[in-house]
Ligand binder design. Sequence first.
Ligand code: HSE
Length: 436
Amino acid sequence: MKEISVGLIGFGTIGAGVVKLLEDNRELIAGRLGARLNLKKIADLDITTPRVVAVRKEMLTTNVEEILKDPGIEIVIELMGGYEPARSFLLEAMRHKKQVVTANKALLATHGDEIFRTAEAEGVNIGFEASVGGTIPIIKTLRESLTGNGIKSIFGIMNGTANFILTKMSDEGKPFDVVLKEAQSLGFAEADPTFDIEGIDTAHKLAIVLSLAYGKRVNLKDIYREGISGISRLDIEFARELNYRIKLLAIAIARGDSVEARIHPTMIPLDNLLANVNSNYNAFHIVGDASGSIFLYGQGAGMMPTASAVVGDLTDISRQLLKGVSGCVPARALREDLIQNIALMPQEDMVTSYYFRFSAVDRPGVLSRISGILGTNNISIAAVIQKGRKESGAVPVVITTYKSREKDVRNALQEIDKLDVVLDKTVVIRIEDDKL
Ligand code: HSE
């Protein structure tokens, strides 16, 4: 049986998972591929700490050049993460005509153009299924299965850590900090937890998804982004009362020649599928103009689920090598020369429903002053909740709205937060009521 030699850069959690999977399912994979995947070399700075899987000592090296310069190695897997030296290693591998597989979403979201163009120029494949949604085949779905569709919208839960935190806060009433520590100990949080909590990791993933769905280059900075660190138990409780659950959603909606793209904590109805995606699970609700709704669900992080996506890419690319072809599927689902910059829709023009929690003095006429300002800014009220009475200090007054323009909301809140009867900055959470 023919053998294809593979080099692995990065022997951390996911790297070890890939080695284990290639070992555990060796015969199954060989049978499906019609060839053997021979993991020839593994490079990492740490080659002494024991991993979940034992490897022969001579397979390990601290010198990446032993992989990049080995003419026998046909596919290089990069699982070290970070920008440098991961970027240089990937570029060098491709310049040596090696096929590459990576899970590095931060790198693809910021240096994707250079990397994808190099892959095309060198005539090599790049697999990056593991960069978004862990085990979920979202890249393959957008790149291959939905080729015949214009993509109307994508709503996704793309960060397992944030979802784990919101789920625990909601189900167990635990505070944010305690749950964050639990997530970190389970091993799916990023090295820097602000990437998970502040929606940066989600933005990396959404940028990749946008480029595949719309064949465009997206500037990460243009994506509107809000994280979950401001979500309090009080808002989770109010959401429950209003029949919503709060999720950190990544949203992409085609708007004519432009695309609306935003990431923020979102209240969604309890009977919506996304509201029921819990713990560290991820999900994507995609609407194609021919396909209609597609819902993908699975583990967005973790050793073996992510390894599954890496091995899927390995076999895809190996099949092309075995047939002597390459680049059958364009990296970004579109001919590279057709890929253009995209101007995302200005944030101020976004339209959605809103939840406001005002910290207001409990006195006659306060609600009418607040609602008056909302009214003069074209914001129509859907519901009001005020509970409890307080002689002094503030009480929470919750107002939900019908669809309103972001610009109007910003203007109204600026005015309201200046009122002498409003004692704290108003909490704003967007609501997506549409049936998904
Ligand atoms: N930190 C990421 C998450 C890992 O929590 O989803 C997978 O990208």
